[in-house]
Design a protein. Structure first.
Ligand code: PAF
Length: 274
């Protein structure tokens, strides 16, 4: 951490701008798209790789979360990354889990937060620490984690954090599955069933001109066709992240989550309700 801090201090003193790409490793093309974007935005690019225990609840997949540092470093090779920051848990939390936390507020306990209590407080706490450690001017996040993006943007606004948030579109497989570090856990059958999420979003987008009820019915049918039970399927207002009214029109975001085999997947898409 000291080494990163002095590198940043030196480069900032020389007038360089700094971009941060926060990750938990197990890098895939979605992460690499964030790195390429960061490279366009700033002179210095820092990629953090840290599986943050604070954002995993009891019984979640902290222990089995993939840790692939060597492969991650190889994937970043040649992308113009200035520094990779891969701290240990004790370096990030020297006194044990921090007793000071960022609280995600009401939206933090909905959707992902309802299924994973405390997840967003833990996520925002580590993101705030990474912002301070890196002193970045800009941080890049993937649209795939739409609720995370909303909460990070809100934290930055609410706490006057001097950083810009850049949101990069979701990268997908050719058949529509959103890239995720957890996809590696899908068996061949799970992999087919996982298409329920992206197909539900495509059905929602097609039904959007007919309004909310049709969107929910069509998306639900797409889940049914794969015999996958959605954990949540909800249409939210991008400005508040609260569910839209039944007669809503205009821009909205469809959020979906489901457990496929033993793996929990999430996805989302922007739609325009008619
Ligand atoms: O999106 C992730 O990988 C994590 O939530 C993040 C932002 C790196 C914080 O641990």
């Amino acid at each position: 951490m000291a080494e990163l801090r002095s590198l940043v201090a030196e480069r900032r003193a020389a007038g360089a701008t700094v971009a941060l790409v926060p990750t938990m490793g197990a890098l895939h093309d979605g992460h690499l798209a964030l790195v390429r974007r960061a490279r366009e935005l700033a002179d210095v690019v820092i990629v953090s790789i840290f599986v943050n225990p604070l954002q995993f609840g009891p019984g979640e997949d902290l222990d089995r979360y993939p840790r692939t540092l060597d492969a991650d470093l190889a994937a970043l090779d040649g992308l113009g990354v200035t520094a990779v920051f891969a701290p240990s848990v004790s370096e990030m939390y020297p006194d044990g889990p921090s007793s000071t936390r960022v609280v995600a507020g009401g939206v933090g306990s909905l959707y992902e937060g309802a299924s994973r209590p405390g997840h967003f407080d833990g996520m925002l706490t580590v993101v705030a620490k990474l912002f301070h450690i890196s002193r970045a001017d800009v941080a890049c996040f993937g649209q795939k984690d739409a609720q995370q993006v909303f909460l990070v943007e809100r934290m930055v606004r609410d706490l006057d954090v001097p950083i810009a948030i850049d949101v990069v579109p979701t990268v997908r497989e050719a058949d529509g599955l959103a890239l995720s570090s957890r996809n590696r856990f899908l068996s061949a059958d799970d992999r087919r069933a996982a298409l329920a999420l992206s197909e539900a979003l495509a059905a929602a987008a097609e039904a959007a001109p007919q309004g909310l009820a049709e969107v929910l019915a069509e998306a639900d049918a797409a889940f049914g066709a794969h015999e996958v039970q959605p954990d949540y399927l909800v249409v939210v207002d991008p400005a508040t992240f609260l569910p839209v009214e039944s007669d809503a029109s205009g821009d909205a975001i469809v959020l979906v989550a489901a457990r496929v085999g033993a793996t929990r997947l999430i996805d989302n898409a922007r739609i325009t309700l008619g």
